[in-house]
Design a protein around this ligand. Sequence first.
Ligand code: NI
Length: 192
Amino acid sequence: MTLLKIARMGHPVLLKTAEAIADPTSRDVGRLLEDMVETMEDATGVGLAAPQVHEGKRVIIFKSPRERGEEGGLDTDFSPLTALINPEFEPLDDDIAMGWEGCLSIPGITGAVPRFSRIVYRGYAPSGEAVEREATNFHARVVQHEIDHLDGVLFPMRMSDLSLLSFNEELRAFMEHMTVELNPDETEKHGG
Ligand code: NI
């Protein structure tokens, strides 16, 4: 396994549309996924898309850990570490929530991003098996963030209010004065 270099905002690879994978079970994909997992864990992120490691392929990994959810969170709020090839999603309804996001390609920065609260996503596991899951709240957010990377979209491009783009330290310091209602459980680095 190898630690991969993470592309930062401004690198053209982050703005390109990634290519679909013909064979999810191929050795190349398996090797890429192993390296992506190692790279994400090393950077303490909760999501990573292949274009972030200079591979223009439709491959993402993510997790939505229990500790991020509120007490009594829905099962669909959480996900173990998941690898998804050629992922897609659709919203289950029109409900949009604001939540804080960070990105390993935009280190030190956090922004409030509107996302669908409830989605269904589909793709392929590295075994070749088709995957379909419903996701809510943080789980839905991280999946939307990672799929955006496959279409050249970074989270600031989704923001509706750029005054909510902040350095992490400033956000932490001024959080108590903010009037916008946001889920405090999502203030930590999402790092997708
Ligand atoms: Ni990201």
